[in-house]
Design a protein around this ligand. Structure first.
Ligand code: ADP
Ligand code: MG
Length: 617
């Protein structure tokens, strides 16, 4: 037999940091640890119930699947015991000595930003177990994993630098956690106090919770009950239980369907975007059940990726009970279930956005990125989802949002394209030259502020049969409008000559130079001659490949009615060098307005040279 003496282990550095915060935080309600331990016990029982479907040899097979909580106010302890899967020695080290994901850094940042440990943070960052040290002087974890040849083990720690693991004797399957309470947490050795903490929460646990031998919860899955008998509070409590969250959900969808598939689903939009802390991509949050048995708590492939922010439960008796998680992922049945939920969910958002636009916009502020991801990536639902997009536009007030549907309803007679412009801000779009022609003709332009927006529009391609086009596109035929050159504009032939000279001067940096029918107030405009390589697409590609030289192709159009342009032919006769500098500068200004120019240095040099010449005169 191997060495029987306790093995000492150090906590991983991140765990130490987290423990330090959790233990010394003054803001936190200590009681949260009971919830976390019960939730872990429940998870362990769910895992065991799943194993019972697939494994034959389970240790202590006949033990009931329940959670036992015992309080002892003489010893100052509270003990939480389950007969779930238990842990091996490696699992003890892995699960109770490290933090799996890179979550601790994000956790620490979130704590800093929100000015303390809130309950919400503990659940979200998967540091639940460590919350026990808010109340514990020391903790003992006695465990035996589910395998027949597993070992009885004891894990001990006082939350300082490390923990010990030693062999134990005669443990039954599962995990028993003995919490020795600190002076200021004595209250949790009192049964009434513990019961109080568990009241709302325990009714969602799918296993009996026994408090000192007496069952304190009724077991009836909320998603199988009828909507009419469930209060908002109950729904919200369930969300918190299921998502390990402490906020209230923004929206919920509870439905059952009979055909073509039998489904009971209860899903929620969280109160806050789970990816807002830069925590990276979250795992899917809608658990898959079959006849009330948990099949997979994070099923990949059930819902499309963009719906990973949803939390909740889907139960379908049509799934084969012994479906493995691996086959589930590419199961056509699971996809069909997912499609039903996705369709219903989009419909629900649409209804809500009409019923209460303000609330929908609150949702959109936080979750727009997922909607956009869906529009760009979900071929089945993209078109429907596009109705959920919101933009400012030339027809809205600053800050007010409009829909593509509304845009279409405002389209002018004969207009068959939907126009948009990307720029980081409203002021920049409205001050730039691209809007002029559209404004002059009374054509509405959507304002896109996020770099991904343009990509989303390009992926979508069309809305209700109307092509979506960037207003800086050189191919747009606007026809005659208010932007007709005035009486004293350059004559056609002179303008043509000027264009040729400009093209010669600028060389290969410009694709074509022509006379513009678009411009009113600006001397010139740069238009995108390559539909694919839009300025924001180029920026996105550059962000991926830092020093790549990604070419673009632009046309320059000049305004023959603008004073600066009108004076050019004479200047080029008198002072060709200054004329050349002026043309180069006009081109750079047009590139800036269109979002192409990234390195302004050479332009600044040129500006000085122009200024020198002006000052000489
Ligand atoms: P999370 O529950 O979010 O994974 P926790 O800190 O609450 O994070 O728990 C860490 C891990 O420890 C769990 O994922 C699980 O693997 C293990 N664990 C905790 N409690 C138990 C238990 N009662 N039975 C079996 N494993 C447990
Ligand atoms: Mg947990």
């Amino acid at each position: 037999m191997a060495d029987q003496s306790p093995k000492k282990h150090e906590f991983q550095a991140e765990v130490k940091q987290v423990l330090d915060i959790v233990i010394h935080s003054l803001y936190t309600d200590k009681q949260v640890f009971i919830r976390e331990l019960v939730s872990n016990a429940s998870d362990a029982l769910e895992k065991l119930r799943y194993l019972q479907l697939t494994e034959k040899d389970i240790y202590d097979e006949s033990l009931p699947l329940e959670i036992n909580i015992r309080t002892d106010d003489k010893e100052n302890t509270v003990t939480i015991e389950d007969h779930g899967v238990g842990m091996t020695e490696e699992e003890l080290v892995e699960n109770l000595g490290t933090i799996a994901h890179s979550g601790s850094k994000a956790f620490l940042r979130a704590v800093e930003e929100s000015g303390g440990v809130s309950e919400n943070l503990i659940g979200q960052f998967g540091v639940g177990f460590y919350s026990v040290f808010m109340a514990a002087e020391s903790v003992e974890v006695c465990t035996h994993n589910w395998e027949k040849d597993g070992k009885s083990l004891l894990w001990k720690s006082d939350g300082g630098g490390g923990y010990e693991i030693e062999a134990a004797r005669g443990e039954r399957r599962g995990t028993k956690i003995i919490v020795r309470l600190k002076e200021d947490a004595k209250e949790f050795s009192d049964a009434e106090r513990v019961k109080e903490v568990l009241t709302q929460y325990s009714s969602f646990v799918q296993f009996p919770i026994m408090l000192n031998g007496e069952q304190i919860n009724k077991i009836q899955p909320i998603w199988m009950r009828s909507r009419g008998e469930i209060s908002d509070e109950e729904y919200n409590e369930f969300y918190k239980f299921q998502a390990d969250a402490f906020d209230d959900p923004l929206f919920r969808l509870h439905f059952s369907s009979e055909a073509p598939l039998e489904i009971n689903a209860l899903v929620f939009v969280p109160g806050e975007n789970p990816e807002r802390w830069g925590f990276g991509k979250t795992d899917p949050g809608v658990s898959l059940y079959c006849k009330k048995i948990l099949i997979d708590s994070k099923p990949e492939g059930l819902l499309p990726d963009w719906l990973r922010f949803l939390k909740g439960v889907v139960d379908s008796p049509d799934l084969p009970l012994n479906i493995s998680r691996e086959t589930m992922q590419d199961s056509a049945l699971a996809k069909k279930i997912g499609q039903v939920i996705t369709g219903r969910f989009i419909k629900m958002l649409e209804d809500e956005s009409k019923k209460d636009p303000g609330k929908y916009e609150e949702f959109y502020k936080q979750f727009a990125i997922y909607v956009k991801e869906g529009v760009a990536s979900d071929f089945k639902n993209g078109a429907q989802l596009a109705k959920l997009l919101r933009f400012e536009s030339s027809a809205t007030e600053k800050g007010a949002l409009t829909t593509l549907d509304d845009y279409v309803s405002r389209m002018k007679e004969g207009q068959d394209e939907v126009y948009y412009l990307y720029s980081p801000g409203r002021d920049m779009i409205e001050a730039g030259p691209h809007l002029e022609a559209f404004r002059a003709r009374g054509l509405e332009v959507l304002y896109l502020y996020e770099p991904v927006d343009e990509f989303v529009m390009t992926s979508l391609g069309k809305f209700e049969g109307k092509t979506l086009v960037s207003a800086d596109n050189a191919d747009i035929e606007l026809g005659a409008g208010a932007a007709r050159p005035g009486e004293d504009a350059l004559a056609e032939a002179d303008a043509k000559d000027l264009c040729e000279w400009i093209k010669e001067t600028l060389g290969d940096s410009v694709n074509e130079v022509g006379v513009s029918g678009r411009l009113v107030d600006s001397p010139a405009i740069a238009l995108n001659a390559d539909k694919f390589m839009t300025p924001s697409m180029r920026r996105m590609m550059k962000a991926v490949k830092k020093d790549a030289d990604i070419k673009y192709s632009v046309n320059l159009e000049i305004n023959p009615g603008h004073k600066l342009i009108k004076n050019l032919p004479a200047l080029k006769g008198k002072d060709p060098e200054t004329a050349r500098l002026v043309v180069e500068q006009i081109f750079d200004n047009a590139l800036i307005a269109a979002g192409y120019l990234e390195d302004p240095r050479s332009m600044v040099d040129r500006l000085y040279r122009i200024l020198e010449r002006v000052a000489e005169k």
